[in-house]
Design a protein around this ligand. Structure first.
Ligand SMILES: Nc1ncnc2c1ncn2[C@@H]1O[C@H](COP(=O)(O)OP(=O)(O)O)[C@@H](O)[C@H]1O
Ligand SMILES: [Mg+2]
Length: 297
């Protein structure tokens, strides 16, 4: 197949993916989003004959716009701009999960510091304040007291960008020092790991320690539902255990649409890039079949 890889920087994750694609003799078109222009009818990027494009952009805005344009030229792209749109925004993400009856931490959005302080006081302390966009635990606050709440809200209001004018307040989940990351393709788990840390942010990016994790039936069910809730694709589903380690009870705090897999690849026995390319091949084949039957009809 002919695969386009949309990127702005080749990290270890992209190297793993590119190596796997080349080992299987797929033709790869690397598309550096920084160099291309996207018009209403066509683009400088060589997307015309591609079977599928994989979005690996780091920046959310580039990812959302570039996939939207590529989709408009009729070129299949994963993840879809619709999935990206939901996943890129924590408020939309939470709403989608709740609408699909996936357990997710209680959350409120407010638009002024006064209303946000009310939400915080109602949740009680500690609670969590997050920017609606962003990742790697950046600018997330665990708020322990009213004094801290007032200070953080004032800082956000005075120094924050537009994105910080939306206050996303969430209950603090008393997780057992770890959370769970599952890489799933259209709802089917490929690999899962725990991320443990003494810090309340347990993300790998914040220095959390990773270990392979065996999903139980409930976790598998929730991953599938969470994936469907955001429109499917190659996703990183994040869960926390409620009621202690191995309690088998979970809450899904977010679904990520541009998912890193190098940590999962080294933490587990799974050959993650191989599984990802298996999925891309199946996806491209299904799309080609679909196109043929459309022509037939
Ligand atoms: N409501 C919460 N209660 C307790 N810990 C949380 C909560 N939300 C997030 N965390 C911790 O913070 C980390 C980052 O949060 P997340 O919402 O996944 O943001 P990011 O987009 O930065 O990954 C999670 O991996 C988890 O360890
Ligand atoms: Mg996360």
């Amino acid at each position: 197949m002919r695969v386009g890889v949309l990127y702005s920087r080749i990290r270890k994750d992209e190297k793993l993916l590119l190596n796997e694609l080349r080992e299987r003799d797929h033709e790869v078109e690397k598309i550096d989003v920084r160099k291309e222009r996207f018009g209403l009818e066509s683009t400088t990027a060589a997307v015309d004959d591609l079977d599928i494009v994989v979005d690996r952009c780091l920046s959310t805005s580039r990812s959302l716009y570039a996939t939207r344009f590529i989709d408009s030229y009729g070129v299949p792209v994963v993840n879809s701009p619709e999935t990206g749109d939901v996943c890129a925004d924590k408020a939309k993400n939470s709403l989608a999960l709740a609408e699909a009856d996936v357990p997710t931490p209680a959350t409120e959005v407010a638009f002024t510091t006064e209303a946000a302080l009310e939400a915080i006081e109602e949740f009680g302390y500690p609670c969590v304040l997050k920017p609606v966009t962003g990742s790697w635990g950046r600018l997330m606050a665990k708020i322990d007291s009213r004094n801290a709440a007032e200070a953080i809200l004032e800082h956000k209001e005075t120094l924050g960008h537009y994105e910080h004018k939306v206050f996303y307040v969430q209950e603090f989940v008393d997780k057992p020092g770890r959370d769970i990351r599952v890489l799933a393709v259209d709802g089917e788990p490929i690999a899962a790991m725990t991320r443990s840390s003494d810090h309340w942010l347990t993300n790998a990016a914040k220095g959390g320690e990773t270990a392979s994790f065996d999903l139980d039936e409930r976790a598998i069910e929730l991953v599938e539902k969470a994936s469907d809730a955001v429109g499917g694709g190659m996703l990183g589903v994040d869960l926390m255990e409620v009621g202690g380690e191995d309690s088998g009870e979970y809450t899904v705090h977010e679904v990520n649409h541009t998912v890193e897999f190098k940590a999962l690849d080294s933490a587990t026995e799974v050959d993650v890039p191989a599984k990802v390319v298996d999925w891309l091949e199946a996806k491209a084949a299904a799309l080609a079949d679909g196109a043929v039957s459309e022509v037939d009809a």
